[in-house]
Ligand binder design. Structure first.
Ligand code: SF4
Ligand code: SF4
Ligand code: SF4
Length: 235
């Protein structure tokens, strides 16, 4: 990790997110990534998943919620790399056999570099990731880089800066974790199943240690996202 910068974290509060997808667009803009040609398939989720051209996707799911009176909830989940911690690095980083292909950068960002060459491995990062994040195209794996170049310049990732309702909080790890706990206590009054993901319920991805966390208003299974619980962590 470069420099002495303190560890950073990001909190994505799904109780505030309004699924405008401004974050998706801003991420493409900052990384100079092109639009994708997609077809309407009856959902606002577009494109259907992350790719080498789309590093974050807002996922839309409808589920019967935990509030009284059985409201149907429209659940929004801005998916992206969790920037896992771990004793010897993130799972993708530990699994990668190509020297220098996955490195830790400013604030703890886990970054796939130009050294990545998927012809020299068995797409080990894809297999190791508990959250289905890296996407391979043209011999390279791609994923969210936490906007580490902005972090190096003491700026927030562009998705956090852009989000119109302020659903994304970025900062030093301790203060973001405290903000998450504070919000959870408030949101639980309305949503009894609200939890911090992937750290919720004591199991969490990466032994409960990721640099990107979400406040979910329901269990991760309602959102249709991996819990990370059995994701080959803890080695
Ligand atoms: S979420 Fe997946 S790609 Fe991101 S740091 Fe963790 S293991 Fe690597
Ligand atoms: S942190 Fe940066 S790279 Fe990651 S989703 Fe946000 S804008 Fe995209
Ligand atoms: S910019 Fe904010 S409100 Fe809009 S989709 Fe992204 S996280 Fe949600």
């Amino acid at each position: 990790m470069r420099g002495m910068m303190r560890e950073k974290m990001m909190l994505i509060d799904t109780s505030i997110c309004m699924a405008c997808r401004g974050c998706q667009v801003a991420c493409k803009d900052w990384h100079q990534l092109p639009a994708e040609d997609t077809e309407f398939e009856g959902t606002y989720q577009n494109p259907p998943d992350m790719s080498d051209k789309t590093l974050t996707v807002v996922k839309f799911t409808e589920a019967e919620g935990s509030r009284p009176f059985k409201y149907m909830e429209w659940l929004f989940f801005k998916d992206q790399c969790r920037h896992c911690k771990g004793m010897h690095g993130a799972p993708c980083q530990k699994a990668c056999p190509v020297r220098g292909a996955i490195v830790a950068e400013a604030g703890g960002a886990i970054v796939i570099t130009d050294a990545c060459d998927s012809t020299k491995c068995n797409i080990d990062c894809v297999d190791a990731c508990p959250y289905n994040i890296p996407k391979i195209n043209g011999g390279k794996a791609k994923k969210c880089d936490f906007c580490f170049d902005r972090i190096e310049g003491s700026k927030s990732p562009i998705c956090a800066k852009t989000c119109p309702p302020g659903a994304i909080t970025f900062g030093n790890a301790g203060s973001v974790q405290a903000a998450a706990n504070d919000r959870l206590a408030k949101v639980r009054a309305e949503y009894p199943n609200a939890n911090i993901y992937p750290n919720g319920h004591g199991h969490g991805g990466c032994g409960g240690e990721t640099r990107v966390i979400w406040l979910l208003i329901d269990d991760s299974s309602a959102y249709g996202i991996p819990s990370g619980e059995h994701g080959g962590m803890g080695h």
